[in-house]
Design a protein around this ligand. Structure first.
Ligand code: CAA
Length: 258
């Protein structure tokens, strides 16, 4: 598929995809979801990609779902547009590699929802965050009502959802909505350093961390702990990654991952 909105690149196993529709502050339309579905499938099929970074072009990361596309929809079409975005973000979340949102500017509505389907978030000091849907007489449609409270807790989530307040990077860091904040010109470089650091770790261990944490969140504690124990064991034994990592430590050398 030839992309009109996404600009993908890959360097040393780190994929970076830039959302580029700057005239509409990268607002998410049907075309975006078609391209993103195609892109996610291509990343899934490329075992050389170790980490994916998503960012936006210009002054926005993404300023939300495309209001111009939504305005004439009826109820049924509105629900369909919601499910379309939910499905894309769910498949992004289910990629087995780490996915980082590098938030360069406005991350509003559907834009913030996209960042929440990533594993963690870095942000520029200029980034702004919010769920402004109630300003439009709407609620979030891409699972923001579900991911935001799970991420930051019920109080901060309901505050953001009810007030539509736009918060800055410092507040986002304080409530745990983002994990690192950098000066605008350093955002990509620093995010790529984080991505490269992760890519240097045991690749199966990194994938299992994601899988066990994400699956475990939907389980009761004891079932989650058992899932951990099973997967912990899968890394042991001859030919497995943990064997090499532990042997390398004891032999005071760098591990060689397969
Ligand atoms: N959809 C469509 N177009 C958008 C857009 C959006 N979400 N956000 C911005 N744009 C367009 C503007 O209409 C404008 O287009 P024109 O130049 O053709 O007039 C262009 O992008 C630039 O925007 P502004 O002139 O408004 O830029 P600004 O710097 O003055 O303001 C802003 C920036 C505060 C982000 C403002 O654009 C804004 O409030 N945008 C809407 C944010 C929003 O409400 N997002 C939630 C959408 S609903 C949603 O996302 C629901 C869901 O979960 C599914």
């Amino acid at each position: 598929m030839k992309y009109e909105i996404l600009k993908p690149e890959v360097n040393d196993g780190i994929a970076v995809v830039t959302i580029s529709r700057p005239k509409a502050l990268n607002a998410l339309n049907t075309r975006f979801f078609q391209e993103m579905d195609d892109y996610i499938a291509s990343v899934k099929n490329d075992s050389s990609i170790k980490v994916l970074v998503i960012t936006g072009e210009g002054k926005a990361f993404v300023a939300g779902a495309d209001i111009a596309e939504m305005v004439d929809k009826n109820g049924e079409e509105g629900s369909a547009f919601s499910r379309l975005g939910q499905a894309t973000f769910r498949s992004l979340e289910k990629l087995n590699i780490p996915v980082i949102a590098a938030i360069n500017g406005f991350a509003l509505g559907g834009g913030l929802e996209l960042t929440m389907a990533c594993d963690f978030r870095t942000a520029s000091t200029k980034a702004k965050f919010g769920q402004p849907e109630v300003n439009l007489g709407l609620i979030p449609g891409y699972a923001g009502t579900q991911r935001l409270p799970r991420l930051v807790g019920q109080g901060d989530a309901l505050y953001l959802l009810m007030t539509a307040d736009m918060i800055g990077a410092d507040d986002a860091l304080r409530i745990g909505l983002v994990q690192k904040v950098f000066e605008p010109e350093a955002l990509m470089e620093e995010t790529l350093k984080i991505a490269k650091n992760i890519a240097s770790k045991g690749p199966n261990a990194v994938k299992l961390v994601k899988q066990v944490v994400r699956q475990g969140l939907g389980m009761d504690f004891d079932k989650g702990s058992e899932l951990e124990a099973k997967n912990f064991g899968s890394l042991f034994g001859e030919g497995n990654e943990g064997k090499e990592g532990m042997a390398a430590f004891l032999e005071k050398r760098k591990p060689e991952w397969n």
